[in-house]
Design a protein around this ligand. Structure first.
Ligand code: 5GP
Length: 195
C-alpha cells in the first residue's frame, strides 16, 4: 500500500533491536482518516471471504480492527486480553504468547461467549514479526471451532519468519507493507506485496 509505505518513510523511526516505531500515526497517537484508508484496503483484500467477526489482541490492534469492522458492514470486533496470571474458570479460551518487543511471555484470554463454530474470522494486527501473537489467536480460533478466513497485517517485518511460517501453512495472509530490511539510514520494502 503506497500510502502506508510513504507514511512509514516519513514518520517511522528505526530503534535498536529491529523495532520500527510508528507511534505518531498508528499505535499510540492514531491518524484516524489514515487508518480508515487501511480499513478500506483490508475490505478490498478480503472481500471474497464470508467474514462475520474480527479478532485482534490488545492493545494496539483494537483501534485498527474497529475501523476495519466498519468497512465490513459493522461486524463485531473481539479482542484477546493479555493477562499475567491465569485464573482458569473453564469459560475462557487461553493461549500463551511470547512478546518480541517486550521479551516476555504472557497468556491471552477470550471469553467463550464471543467465539464459536458459527464465526468466520479475520485476524487484524498492527505488526507481524515472529508470528507468536497471530499463532496464539489461531490457537484460540481452533479451540472455539471457528473458521479462520484470513489475517490482515498493517506492517510485516519480512526479515523475521512469522509471515513465511503462516504462508507455508496456507493461511490467507495479507500485509499492507512488508519491510525486508531496515537500518537508521534505509528502509527497504518488498515490492508491491498486495496490490
Ligand atoms: P510477533 O508475535 O509477530 O512476533 O509480534 C507481533 C506483535 O509484536 C505486534 O502485535 C506488535 O504489537 C509487536 N511488534 C513486533 N515488532 C514490532 C515493531 O517493530 N514495532 C512495534 N511498534 N511493535 C512490534
Amino acid at each position: 500500500m503506497k500510502l502506508l509505505e510513504e507514511r512509514i518513510l516519513k514518520d517511522g523511526q528505526v530503534r535498536p533491536g529491529h523495532i520500527l516505531k510508528v507511534d505518531s500515526f498508528l499505535n499510540h497517537q492514531m491518524d484516524i482518516s489514515f487508518i480508515d484508508e487501511i480499513g478500506k484496503e483490508f475490505k478490498r483484500l478480503f472481500s471474497d471471504r464470508p467474514i462475520n467477526k474480527i479478532l485482534t489482541i490488545e492493545a494496539s490492534g483494537i483501534g485498527i480492527a474497529c475501523i476495519t469492522a466498519l468497512h465490513f458492514n459493522n461486524i463485531p470486533v473481539v479482542f484477546a486480553k493479555k493477562t499475567k496470571s491465569l485464573n482458569l474458570d473453564g469459560e475462557q479460551y487461553t493461549a500463551r504468547v511470547h512478546s518480541y518487543t517486550k521479551g516476555i511471555s504472557y497468556d491471552v484470554i477470550l471469553s467463550r461467549r464471543f467465539l464459536g463454530p458459527d464465526d468466520h474470522v479475520l485476524i487484524i494486527d498492527d505488526f507481524l514479526a515472529n508470528g507468536c501473537a497471530a499463532e496464539g489467536l489461531i490457537e484460540i480460533i481452533g479451540a472455539a471451532g471457528a473458521h479462520l478466513e484470513g489475517i490482515g497485517i498493517v506492517i510485516e517485518k519480512g526479515f523475521q519468519d512469522g509471515g513465511k511460517r503462516l504462508r507455508e501453512k496456507g493461511i490467507n495472509l495479507h500485509s499492507l507493507a512488508i519491510v525486508d530490511s531496515m537500518t537508521d539510514e534505509s528502509l527497504v520494502f518488498r515490492k508491491e506485496p498486495d496490490v
